[in-house]
Design a protein around this ligand. Sequence first.
Ligand SMILES: Cc1ncc(COP(=O)(O)O)c(C=O)c1O
Length: 361
Amino acid sequence: MVMNALRTAVRAYSTVQPGVRPGITKGFIGAIGNTPLIRLNRLSEETGSEILAKAEFMNPGGSVKDRAALFVVKDAEEKGLIRPGGTVVEGTAGNTGIGLAHVCRAKGYKCVIYMPNTQSQEKIDLLRMLGAEVHPVPAVAFDNPQNYNHQAARHAESLDNAVWTNQFDNIANRRAHIETTGPEIWAQTEGLVDGFTCATGTGGTLAGTARYLKTQNKDVQIYVADPPGSVLHSYFQSGGKLFERSGGSITEGIGQGRITDNMAQDVELVDGSFNVPDEESIEMLYRLLDEEGIYVGASSALNVVAAVKLAKELGKNKKIVTILADGAYRYQSRLFSRSWLETKKLDTAIPEHLQKYIVLP
Ligand SMILES: Cc1ncc(COP(=O)(O)O)c(C=O)c1O
């Protein structure tokens, strides 16, 4: 009975939207979400648990952040903060900006993006191709008024009919995952998910998904996956006392120096955390390509490393879900370049049989 109802819910959820025929979406916006959950076969066999990865790189803008982009704009519309022809301003390391640029085109808004100038050229170029106005600014700490987020806020304030969508502390971001990602995972696993882990940038994905899954079943284990240079692993390991940061990471879009408002809503739902070194992430990135034919960015590979760690922690015959946040296309000039890998001392982390994938000089 319950299973049948769930199966019907999966079918209904994944194909039908009001006012359109099954299988057809209402424009770009309707194509956001409902991504496949991919069973990673080799890792599932190795761990004795199902390692399931949500293919967020299949969102129409290419990343998990399409969901947040849609919800922060929807929230601004619902609150009357933006009217037709208005401007959306955001501070973003890339993927949210790309999602916002698409959503703004689809809805007829202008889009202005501030970002740290440390981000890959591919992302900056893509934003400009999508019609956004991009301001790469020096990467300075959040408490500096010149931080890209504060510059974005000031830009929006200076305009009429404009909104700073404030992805880090606007909990409409988290709501995207309470209303979409969480229910999709629940339906796709037929309510049998045992653990969920992913890295955090704003924390929206982790917090919103955790909130939904724990509301359905309080025993679902939630683990934060953290790259070097982020403080969250030390925060969770110390029971919320420490904010220690060491090293840096090649991953983009994840890692955090504080508890954002999106994360603050749900910190108590976190059962544990993993620190994932870049050596493990880069090896997994090449393994996913070789073993599964999956071409994703370093943060997605980090998430899969964390999913394997969680599978080991929870014991066999479990279902562990993680996020494939975006594809490798936006980073390929770095991730598959021998000289770049050498400068990061990561070339030796890639096993001999996978070295053939390092095709760029
Ligand atoms: C590239 C990338 N961006 C963003 C996120 C998470 O986003 P947020 O915490 O902002 O929801 C992830 C998480 O895995 C990611 O890999």
